[in-house]
Design a protein around this ligand. Sequence first.
Ligand code: ATP
Length: 214
Amino acid sequence: MRAIGILGGTFDPVHCGHVRLAIEVLEQAGLDEVRLMPAGAPRLRDPPRASGAERRAWLEAAVGGIAGLVVDPRELDGSGPTRTVETLESLRAEHPDDAIALVLGMDAFARLDEWHRHEALLELAHLVVARRPGADGPERPAVRALAAAHAITDARLLRAQPSGTIYLVEAPLLDISATDVRARIAAGRSIHCLVPDPVRRLIERSDVYKHGIR
Ligand code: ATP
């Protein structure tokens, strides 16, 4: 049985916080691979500034040479899945017997009861929840109940079944956001060490964030 992690996001653009998160999850949860999966058209946010092709190319550049990190573009295809639960269904169809682990930050996990068909998520996948060391756990009773029912403390149990458990990874988060990276580019400031160097070179060749910010 392989263990596959999924880290979704807008990645507009991918930055070092994303890459470090993926590596922490890969190592701490003992996964075989973490797939960075750029979102097509997010329902709850403005459309990304960069195109799907650009975000995908930057992600490929970001993970190049890092063992265990790969890019999965299925949500960028107009006909592909857009909601998390549909993405997990499409992955599950390809990997019926493997462990699949959806990576979530504690902020997202703490509001899990608002998600479309959230009860189906744990039937399709494990959840790997990343939080800053010492940060609070979820507050809502419904989410606390889910955590109490499904939490495991031994990462090896992620391989004992294909889905259904919740594993906490304590990941120190770098203080970097895509919003801040875009603002720096628009202001003509440096993004050295905020995004991987190959990504910085590609972004600098493009005009995408140079005119105004969002
Ligand atoms: P924006 O600033 O545009 O909101 P973002 O930097 O938060 O973007 P997303 O593409 O929305 O980037 O993030 C994808 C995933 O990466 C989310 O689960 C998010 O919580 C996580 N993430 C974002 N920034 C960091 C960071 N600095 N460290 C660790 N995880 C991060």
